[in-house]
Design a protein around this ligand. Structure first.
Ligand SMILES: C[S@@+](CC[C@H](N)C(=O)[O-])C[C@H]1O[C@@H](n2cnc3c(N)ncnc32)[C@H](O)[C@@H]1O
Length: 277
């Protein structure tokens, strides 16, 4: 684990407002009833790593619906450097580690708590720090490890507080590469949220923190309870409202080689051993 001097600012944590016992009970009963009626069997992928993610996503959580999309989003930019802000139990780290292994990229994960045990991959860099403090030191940290401070895939899943998310955008966006993609989790937190399989989870009232920070960045209102796609200010924005919300920004260059098009960084066929045929 790489530790990093703690920030002088007070670290950002979500306020302690857990869902009430009633909400939890109602959600449990609703899910129990749903499972009695039907439980959809997961599909099987030909790619081992994707299968592992599908299996992990079977355990319902606030992020379970987004683990496979996170894999697809990160894979399709063919990243050299991935940065993850917010590790906790390591569900997203599990996904991003598999992407990094498959494409030979570096993965740097940051959390203010010690999450160094969630991943044992020896090329994983874990930094225990406030993420805003670490952003200031990121160029030097990279230079010391001969890493280009140029992020192709950034995943943001930390406090979900408005002010902090605004600071994360300001602090980390300058390091994004030309074709970068940024994924935000928890852009649609509701007291009770709905997953794709019809099950429910208990959320918390965060006053739209993350999506409000995106609204501030783009200067327009967004309806986070609906699916939407938008293009503005050089970004393609895609939002999925299910399961606490997942919003993906991709740098958009009309007319140029779009970032959705895989860059010819690898020789043709080089990935054929890892991609399903
Ligand atoms: C929602 S959890 C992350 C969940 C994780 N992505 C997953 O898939 O399991 C949020 C994490 O962000 C961390 N965090 C909150 N504020 C932070 C900050 N200012 N800097 C770094 N980490 C922070 C918390 O310690 C917590 O572990």
């Amino acid at each position: 684990m790489n530790t990093y001097p703690a920030s002088q600012q007070s670290p950002k944590r979500p306020p302690d407002r857990p869902p009430s016992q009633w909400t939890r009970l109602i959600v449990k009963l609703a899910n129990f009833w749903l499972d009695l009626r039907r439980r959809v069997q997961p599909w099987q992928s030909q790619l081992t790593e994707l299968n592992e993610i599908i299996l992990r996503a079977r355990s319902r959580s606030d992020i379970s619906d987004h683990l496979v999309p996170l894999f697809a989003e990160a894979m399709s930019v063919r990243p050299r450097l991935l940065v993850e802000l917010g590790v906790r139990g390591g569900a997203s780290t599990f996904v991003l580690e598999r992407v990094a292994r498959l494409v030979g990229a570096r993965l740097v994960s940051v959390d203010m708590d010690d999450c160094s045990r969630v991943c044992s991959w020896n090329r994983w860099h874990f930094v225990q720090s406030d993420d805003i403090a670490f952003a200031k030191a990121f160029p030097d940290w990279c230079a010391a490890r001969q890493i280009q401070p140029c992020i192709d895939f950034l995943f943001i899943d930390t406090s979900h507080l408005f002010e902090h998310t605004v600071q994360e955008i300001d602090a980390w966006f300058p390091f994004l590469s030309d074709h970068a993609r940024v994924a935000f989790h928890d852009t649609n937190i509701q007291k009770v949220y709905l997953r794709r399989d019809g099950s429910r989870g208990a959320g918390w009232a965060n006053q739209r923190g993350v999506i409000a920070a995106l609204e501030k960045h783009f200067g327009v209102p967004f309806n986070e309870q609906a699916y939407f796609v938008e293009v503005m200010n050089g970004w393609l924005i895609r939002h999925d409202p299910v399961c606490c919300g997942f919003t993906v920004l991709t740098k958009f260059h009309p007319g140029a080689d779009s970032s959705d098009t895989i860059r010819p960084r690898h020789a043709p066929g080089e990935l054929s051993n890892v991609m399903p045929r």
